[in-house]
Ligand binder design. Structure first.
Ligand code: SF4
Length: 435
């Protein structure tokens, strides 16, 4: 999307036009959004953002293609949650789509407010996660077609546990719920693997297709490789210009969840492997670890961390949550166990101290100068853990800024306050470097 003020005004006008159609003519709203996303897809092919590394350009395109694919092929769409393994769906040629991807793209079209309102008018509380409000509003209004299958897991929040049940009841759609035990253990992995086998069976029933187990093993093998490539890139990042942005980091988190296991993400990993450090310039600015989601549309934050010589995001938590500190025990030859292990050991599963431990680990591996914890509107899990994150990171030597805002709905983003606090924080880090 163009980020100059004229472009932003045009997109704002477009968002209002979509907004007008949500309740009156949801099919027209869907067609308008699809046309805009297809135009953007074409732009990512013929006019990719030159300031990004090749992997960043590909991230934008892949997530866009995932969302366009789901909207264009509602008969092959699975509505799912971010932390749920998607390899079963990909191995069957389906289009999994998650709240975060829908929220990001609808918000990129400046159309999020109409969907938030559509959800609130259907009795969803104002304090609910806005990614989920956009998904609920769009699906309940009929802008997103009723899916043939809804499948979610209990990780990581109340929204993931409520939205999908609510939608399944309202749309009368088949629903699979994967309950993930709080404490990681081999027993928990086996329990979740059994649930994933049941998911495979329910998916075959819902779509009338057979799951090819060799294709599933291939998908899981690609997932494990992607996690390994990303993990090995961590110590190489500091001091190299990552040429990233909040938008790219959010798209990468979609690639690492909704699209994990696809040949496209395998190709993305070839780029990641090749470009650091070979294709990156030295970077003398500050390296920040970003915790949780990102308000990519926030102008003060864009100025602070998107393509700035003064500071960059060196790693973002949502691309690195699938982690077992002592290494994976199950490989692609045991695909259900491998997927279950990823889910059970996810740093977002269980008590906040597991997430905090991963954040400290990421800050240490990247030698970050500091960390930003972003408390997204309605995300009680992050809000509740934010002070624990801050104290643990600071104890480990990483000055931490806790910011409140919204990664999806502009109306909840206090831009003036964010600008002042981020500027003061970066000045403090710079002063710390000089002393
Ligand atoms: S932002 Fe928080 S509440 Fe919303 S989906 Fe993510 S983890 Fe759940």
């Amino acid at each position: 999307m163009p980020d100059d003020s004229r472009g932003a005004q045009l997109i704002g006008r477009f968002g209002q036009l979509v907004d007008d159609q949500i309740e009156k003519n949801p099919l027209r709203a869907r067609r308008m959004l699809l046309a805009a996303f297809k135009a953007e897809r074409l732009r990512t092919r013929v006019l990719p953002h030159r300031e990004l590394l090749p992997s960043g350009r590909l991230d934008n395109r892949l997530t866009l293609e995932g969302v366009v694919g789901a909207l264009e092929h509602p008969n092959q769409m699975v509505l799912t949650s971010m932390f749920m393994p998607s390899e079963i769906f990909h191995a069957m040629g389906l289009y999994p789509v998650i709240a975060e991807a829908i929220g990001d793209f609808f918000s990129g079209a400046q159309a999020e407010q109409g969907f938030v309102t559509a959800a609130e008018e259907r009795s969803i509380p104002e304090s609910y996660c806005s990614y989920h409000k956009v998904l609920v509003g769009a699906t309940a209004a009929g802008v997103i077609a009723a899916p043939r299958l809804i499948a979610n897991c209990s990780v990581a929040c109340d929204a993931n546990n409520l939205t999908f049940k609510w939608l399944a009841r309202r749309l009368d759609a088949p629903h699979v719920y994967v309950d993930v035990p709080y404490d990681p253990s081999e027993d928990a992995v086996r329990y979740v693997a059994e649930e994933l086998r049941e998911l495979a069976s329910a998916t075959q029933d819902a779509f009338g297709r057979r799951l090819n187990e060799d294709a599933l093993r291939a998908c899981v093998g690609r997932s494990l490789r992607a996690l390994d490539v990303m993990e090995k890139s961590l110590p190489l990042r500091r001091g190299r210009a990552m040429q990233t942005s909040m938008t790219v980091e959010m798209m990468r988190s979609c690639s690492m969840h909704m699209l994990l296991g696809t040949p496209q993400v395998d190709a993305l990993m070839d780029l990641v492997q090749a470009e650091i450090p070979a294709q990156t310039r030295p970077f003398a600015g500050l390296n920040l670890l970003w915790c949780h989601s990102m308000p990519y549309f926030s102008v003060p934050l864009q100025k602070a961390v998107d393509h700035s010589p003064l500071a960059q995001i060196v790693a973002s938590e949502m691309c690195f949550d699938q982690w077992r500190p002592d290494g994976w025990r199950h490989g692609a030859d045991e695909p259900y166990l491998a997927m279950a292990e990823r889910l059970v050991y996810n740093s977002y599963n269980g008590p906040a101290k597991r997430r905090v431990a991963r954040l400290v680990d990421l800050a240490q591996k990247t030698h970050a100068d500091g960390a930003v914890v972003f408390c997204h509107w309605g995300c009680k899990e992050t809000l509740g853990a934010s002070q624990l994150m801050k104290s643990a990171l600071e104890e480990a030597g990483f000055p931490t800024l806790v910011l409140d805002g919204d990664g999806c709905a502009r109306r909840n983003m206090p831009e003036g306050q964010v600008a002042t606090r981020v500027q003061a924080y970066l000045e403090m880090l710079q002063a710390g470097r000089r002393s």
